[in-house]
Design a protein around this ligand. Structure first.
Ligand code: GDG
Length: 467
């Protein structure tokens, strides 16, 4: 494969962020490292296999970065001004669409200037894709930040095959209808040949909306547009590189890391673990409260049990995220001041991002995994835990509001809003017989190793007619 950037390519991924973050060392040398996050974890192996180009923002405002080759594919950084980051990304994407699409857990904010910026930036991404795509190329557009790209791109390049995948939930019409620009966004997606969702429910919600557009008919996963095109609407539950995660977790390096971690945590009998981006959709508050109460009530003994919670910093310039960060710090402080000692902290809370090896070690030592979002498109963490944990004496507590709940049916299901119910389920999972736990783990392992990220990507691309 060529090491230089190609003029035109047959396969492109268009996503808000590039899969890499820039690192500058003390001598000023620049290198690019994989950035954490669900979308990157999922798509990186696909790009490494297929080659082509990834179009996305490089993370630094007001800066133009030249294209470069990375890990078998080309990277085309799209520039964004500081104002565009504020209005398109932090504003429209993360303070309007993100809360709206996650059941309005926090109130979505509607600003006309944000909408203007969103359109402008979406056009820029579409232009960049149009420029890089060879005749008849496949362009796979990702996620809610780029809802309008399929329409713009089709106008510029009708020869392309255009797929769109939404990584987050798609809300019911009753919530979606609040959006002042609801028609334009539906039109945006209908520019694609295939629109993919995490769950059948999300696909059905979109189909119902599409049907309301003048001149559009939609039924059984297909919409006919007024210009005579067919748009396929379908669910494609995303997954992970299960083997890759398993190999990493069982590697000598990660095993050594896991032993050290266990030691650092004071060699407790039981380790309960949670890892999430620090986001209000992830149910951190409810989860930490539930575990905190179990400690306070003496049902969990801080000499025997440690709850390790890793919260990766996220969207720190958006107000709701700053509020959340402070709330969680406070909550953890309150719990630890009431239970546990300096030597035995009941809740070990780390608000940082760790290398993938360290994360794999955390999965390895976790006897009980808590994945309790109040709403989540899929949730890869749940699947990663299953892939990494080779010990059958393990248990996954999973929110019924995560897309993953449709597949990981053997998990201990919870409604995260029901704190007492969650507490009871945590205790049940901890007390479960090894035989039952092993049966559940084996069944979920089959699921996670059968339905991998390759299966996801291939089924999407096959439906798009390009696999
Ligand atoms: C969106 C949707 C959907 C986290 N902390 C660290 C780290 N991570 C990695 C995890 C996992 C990923 O980030 C998080 O993925 P999730 O799926 O849990 O959540 P979102 O970021 O919200 O992702 C979600 C996903 O897109 C894919 O479609 O499942 O529903 O919201 O891979 O391992 N990785 C490393 N260090 C960390 O500190 N290395």
């Amino acid at each position: 494969m060529s090491e230089t950037v190609q003029d035109k390519v047959d396969f492109l991924v268009v996503a808000n962020r590039l899969p890499v973050d820039r690192k500058v060392d003390d001598d000023g040398n620049v290198s690019w490292k994989s950035s954490p996050g669900g979308l990157v974890t999922a798509l990186e192996p696909v790009m490494q296999r297929k080659g082509g180009a990834w179009i996305g923002w490089h993370g630094a405002p007001d800066e133009v970065v030249a294209p470069f080759h990375h890990d078998g594919y080309d990277i085309h950084p799209v520039p964004l001004s500081a104002q565009e980051v504020e209005e398109y990304y932090e504003g429209f994407a993360n303070a309007t669409l993100w809360p709206l699409y996650h059941d309005c857990i926090v109130e979505p904010v509607f600003h006309r200037e944000w909408w203007d910026a969103y359109q402008k930036v979406n056009k820029r991404f579409a232009e960049q894709a149009a420029e890089q795509a060879s005749t008849g190329a496949t362009v796979w557009v990702q996620d809610y930040q780029l809802n309008l790209v399929p329409k713009y791109l089709r106008e510029m390049r009708p020869d392309l095959r255009i797929g769109f995948f939404l990584h987050i939930p798609f809300p019911p019409i009753e919530l979606y209808s609040r959006l002042p620009w609801r028609e334009e966004l539906v039109e945006g997606l209908l520019g694609a040949d295939l629109v993919g969702f995490q769950t059948p429910g999300a696909a059905a919600n979109f189909q119902r909306l599409a049907k309301h557009r003048p001149g559009v008919t939609a039924a059984r996963g297909r919409a006919r547009t007024p210009d005579g095109r067919t748009v396929v609407i379908h669910d494609f539950p995303i997954s992970i590189d299960s083997r890759g995660f398993h190999e990493l977790a069982t590697s000598e390096k990660v095993q050594a890391e896991a032993a050290k971690l266990r030691e650092d945590l004071g060699n407790p009998e039981t380790i309960i673990f949670g890892v999430d981006r620090l986001d209000y959709t992830k149910g951190l508050h409810q989860r930490i409260r539930a575990v905190g109460e179990l400690f306070k009530e003496g049902k969990l003994d801080p000499h025997e049990v440690v709850f390790l919670q890793l919260a990766t910093p996220s969207r720190e310039r958006v107000e709701e995220y700053r509020i959340l960060r402070d709330d969680i710090n406070l909550l953890v402080g309150q719990i630890n001041s009431k239970v546990g000692t300096i030597a035995n902290r009941a809740v070990v809370y780390r608000n940082e991002s760790v290398p993938r090896e360290v994360l794999a070690a955390m999965y390895q030592v976790a006897d009980l995994m808590l994945v309790t979002p109040v709403r989540d498109g899929m949730n890869l963490v749940a699947k990663e835990y299953i892939a990494c944990r080779s010990n059958d004496d393990s248990a996954l507590v999973l929110s019924e509001f995560a897309g993953a709940a449709r597949e990981l049916k053997q998990a201990y299901m919870v409604n995260p809003y029901d704190i007492d119910g969650m507490k009871a389920t945590i205790m049940k999972a901890l007390a479960e017989s090894p035989k039952v736990k092993a049966r559940k783990m084996r069944s979920m392992r089959r699921q996670v190793f059968d339905k991998t990220i390759d299966v996801w990507a291939n089924s999407f691309l096959e439906e798009l007619g390009v696999a």
